[in-house]
Ligand binder design. Structure first.
Ligand SMILES: [Mn+2]
Length: 357
């Protein structure tokens, strides 16, 4: 009889309080503390493609800090997202802050290395430029993918100040490069002023349907979700979430805010509907901490990532060794030597897991 796989879960917060220790996403183990990962949360601290307010390079650290409060059981999807798959924090992809082309190449290479063994990525930006290299990597594995793009903006503009790769152009480039399924991709939550009517014509030609913020309001969530699912049915899906899809009331800490957006409750409801969909990768981008107040935006972004990871989780019986992890984490405070304690965790993990291999 095949043995039940064991997954290393988050630090047990009944032993170590959530506000203690180093903040990995949801207090999950780091990539180097596990033998394999089903899902890696990875930071991409690049904001060299922004057109207005900068600062999303600090997004990954800010979202990790707010994610401390995420707990292991998600009742909305009835799943333990860290108990039926190995989820880790893979740290940040190091990117050149001065050169967009170099940074984009580094992001694609970093994503390729992380996904080589079948790991799926949930990337935390960074500005929306990062979606292009992430899509290049995903398409190299799966072929053209269906993109569900949550954003106030179309992000299918051609160039800005002559630059072809910016945070307003990733999906135009992706469409031109054949990375996306032109029959199934969709923007959700778009709104606000455009440069001209031509923007919408171009966008349609590039393969996107639109469920705008106003349409969500007019037809209601369930109807919009129904439309979304008809569009994406059965396809491999990449979910790209610009946090500015939320109303500035729900996400003030972002670079190009637009009034009239979704509530965080509406966005989470739509994401929960993706439970069981074939999500091959995702990103949550454009969190800019300098404009965030009381972690409003980062709390929203961390919950958005949590719902995505939950939707990606296989359904089945949970097996988490959070207890072992927690005892060792507590030890790190007693010994005042985090590294030594982690080494002991790794040694113990290896011996506990050995019979199952
Ligand atoms: Mn965007």
């Amino acid at each position: 009889m095949p043995s039940q796989p064991e997954y290393i879960g988050p630090v047990d917060s009944s032993v170590v309080p959530r506000f203690a220790g180093i903040a990995t996403f949801a207090l999950l183990p780091r990539l180097d503390q596990v033998s394999r990962a089903d899902i890696a949360v990875v930071g991409v601290p690049f904001d060299g493609g922004v057109s207005y307010r900068p600062g999303a390079r600090f997004g990954p650290a800010h979202v990790r800090e707010a994610s401390r409060l995420l707990r292991p059981y998600n009742p909305a999807q009835d799943v333990e997202p860290f108990g039926t798959q190995q989820v880790v924090d893979a740290g940040d992809i190091a990117v050149n802050p001065y050169d967009i082309d170099t940074a984009v190449a580094q992001i694609e290479e970093g994503a390729r290395e992380l996904t080589a063994g079948g790991t799926r990525l949930v990337a935390i930006g960074g500005d929306h430029t990062i979606a292009l290299p992430l899509l290049r990597n995903v398409a190299s594995i799966h072929g053209p993918v269906t993109v569900i793009h949550f954003d106030a903006h179309l992000d299918t503009w051609d160039t800005y100040f002559g630059a072809p790769i910016t945070h307003g152009t990733p999906f135009r480039r992706a469409s031109e490069e054949g990375l996306i399924d032109l029959t199934a991709s969709v923007h959700v939550g778009t709104r606000g002023p455009l440069y001209s009517r031509q923007d919408l014509r171009d966008d349609k030609r590039l393969g996107f349907a639109v469920i705008s913020s106003q349409e969500l309001e007019d037809e209601g969530l369930s109807k919009a979700i129904e439309r979304l699912h008809v569009r994406i049915a059965g396809k491999p899906v990449y979910v790209s979430i610009d946090i500015d899809v939320l109303d500035p009331a729900h996400a003030p800490g972002t670079g190009t805010p637009e009034a009239g957006g979704l509530t965080s409750r509406e966005l989470l409801t739509i994401l929960r509907s993706l439970s069981g969909a074939n999500i091959v990768g995702a990103d949550v981008v454009e969190v800019s901490p300098a404009y965030d107040h009381a972690q409003i935006t980062a709390v929203a972004a961390s919950h958005v990532a949590y719902e995505l990871i939950s939707a990606m989780a296989p359904r089945g019986s949970a097996s988490v060794r959070g207890g072992t992890w927690a005892v060792s984490a507590a030890l790190s405070f007693v010994c005042a030597s985090f590294n030594a304690a982690m080494a002991s965790v790794r040694a113990r993990s290896a011996s506990v897991r050995a019979p199952a291999l």
